[in-house]
Design a protein around this ligand. Sequence first.
Ligand SMILES: [Zn+2]
Ligand SMILES: [Zn+2]
Length: 157
Amino acid sequence: MSLEGRCACGVIKYKLNASPMIVHACHCRDCQRLTGSAFVINIWIERKFVEPGGADPKSFRLAGGTGKPHDVFFCGACGTYLWSRYHGAPGDFLFVRAGTLDNPDAVTPDVHIFTRSKVPWLDLPPEVPAFKAFYKIEEVWSAESMERMRRARSAQT
Ligand SMILES: [Zn+2]
Ligand SMILES: [Zn+2]
C-alpha cells in the first residue's frame, strides 16, 4: 500500500511506504480540540515509513493524557495538522491524520478509543471494537502489526 497526502496549501506532501499498523478513531477531548471536530482518524505507523516531501513541518509540544509529552506537527504556512508523535510508548512511531490523505477513503478505523468523550449524536458501527479509554494492544492488533511493533521497539534501544 502506498498512501499519499498533503497539507491544505500543498507545501508539505508525504507518502506512507507501508500500510498502517492500526487505524485509530480517537474521541478524546484533546483530539476533538486539535481537529475542531468530533474525533480524529490516526494512522499508527513507524516514522521511517513516513516519507516527507516539500517543506518541514513545524511542531509544538503538549502535555499528553499519560503525562508524557505529545508533539504535534503542522504546516507553518497553512496550519494543517499532519501528524503527532507521542512519547508515552517506546518505539519511533507517528500518528498520521487520515483526513490529510489524498484519498481518505483508503483507510477505515480498526478501533474507536476514548469513546467516554464521544459526541452523543454519533453512533459507532457495532462491528468495530470500541473502548471507553485505551485498550490492550495484544487484544486488538493483528499478529503482523504486533511483530512490527516489536521490531520497531528493539531497533530503538
Ligand atoms: Zn500547508
Ligand atoms: Zn485523542
